[in-house]
Design a protein around this ligand. Structure first.
Ligand SMILES: Nc1ncnc2c1ncn2[C@@H]1O[C@H](COP(=O)(O)OP(=O)(O)OP(=O)(O)O)[C@@H](O)[C@H]1O
Ligand SMILES: [Mg+2]
Length: 263
């Protein structure tokens, strides 16, 4: 899954690489505290830099511009590919707070037989997020458009514009919560149609742009035959019902469940 990669094997565009390295150093210098600087050091380990070089050489990425979010497991960056904005989600490989990703991967028939190093598991995780995005995209779920995955880096469509990334559902004051809820439920129906359960669906993993909701962070999504599928589906349904109920919608988990499953 992670073939050996060496700088010599790649046709490197030295100028682009220099720009990228200067940019990363600039972010590192600007951050306020040591732990954030350490985060950048961890995200851009040597191998990850090589993967970015590879994506640049293959034309999947043209520029890496600025960080959009620094999470526990990885960072998301605004980047471009052939003039179009894209998002790079870079999973951190040297990560002390590495959660039990393998719990999700084990038990998923698509990843049967995967053993090995943490790096291998993280690469499989990024691939899993990509495949989940593809399946959801095909079933009509509003998700960032899957573009490429290479080792621990996922390239997808960017939600937002040059002034700001699309905000999380939880940060937006909704004029009409009911219609936004309907939109989320439509997305949930499409996820079901894809044969998947999101597994971490909440106001934190739904972005809003142009009045439409987009589902993100789909790495942990599992197929309907996964041992935890029912339990996680129930949790997703409860999160959505709780959030919109708090905003005054007349909704219960049972009603969301019925609408999503069409029962
Ligand atoms: N395609 C995208 N376009 C624009 N912004 C994005 C995109 N994907 C993710 N983001 C931003 O990056 C943040 C983190 O993304 P995501 O939830 O996928 O990662 P995560 O590993 O779960 O991080 P966290 O631990 O912060 O939740 C999102 O909350 C959102 O602000
Ligand atoms: Mg998230």
């Amino acid at each position: 899954m992670c073939p050996p990669l060496s700088r010599n094997r790649l046709r490197l565009d030295e100028k682009k690489l220099l720009v990228l390295e200067e940019r990363i150093d600039g972010w590192r210098a600007r951050v306020k505290d040591d732990s954030q600087a350490k985060t950048y050091g961890e995200v851009f380990d040597q191998r990850t830099l090589m993967v970015i070089y590879k994506l640049i050489n293959e034309g999947a990425v043209s520029t890496v511009d600025y960080p959009v979010s620094t999470g526990k497991e990885g960072n998301v960056f605004h980047a471009t590919a052939n003039g179009e904005p894209v998002a790079l989600k870079i999973y951190r490989v040297s990560n002390a707070a590495f959660r039990a990703l393998s719990d999700y991967i084990l038990g998923d028939p698509r990843f049967k037989g995967l053993k090995g190093s943490k790096r291998k598991i993280i690469c499989a995780w990024a691939t899993k997020e990509y495949k989940n995005l593809e399946r959801m995209h095909l079933s009509g779920t509003r998700v960032p458009r899957p573009i490429a995955v290479e080792e621990n880096i996922l390239v997808m469509g960017y939600l937002g514009d040059e002034t700001m990334p699309a905000p999380m559902l939880k940060s937006v004051k909704l004029k009409d919560p009911e219609s936004v809820m309907d939109d989320v439920i439509d997305n949930m129906k499409c996820i079901q149609k894809a044969g998947l359960v999101h597994g971490d669906l909440s106001e934190y993993n739904i972005l809003i742009w142009d009045g439409k909701t987009y589902i993100i962070d789909v790495g942990q999504a599992v197929t309907l035959d996964h041992v935890n599928a029912n339990e996680w589906f129930k949790r997703d349904v409860e999160n959505v019902a709780r959030y919109f109920r708090r905003l005054g919608c007349d909704i219960t988990p049972e009603a969301v469940n019925q609408r999503v499953r069409g029962v």
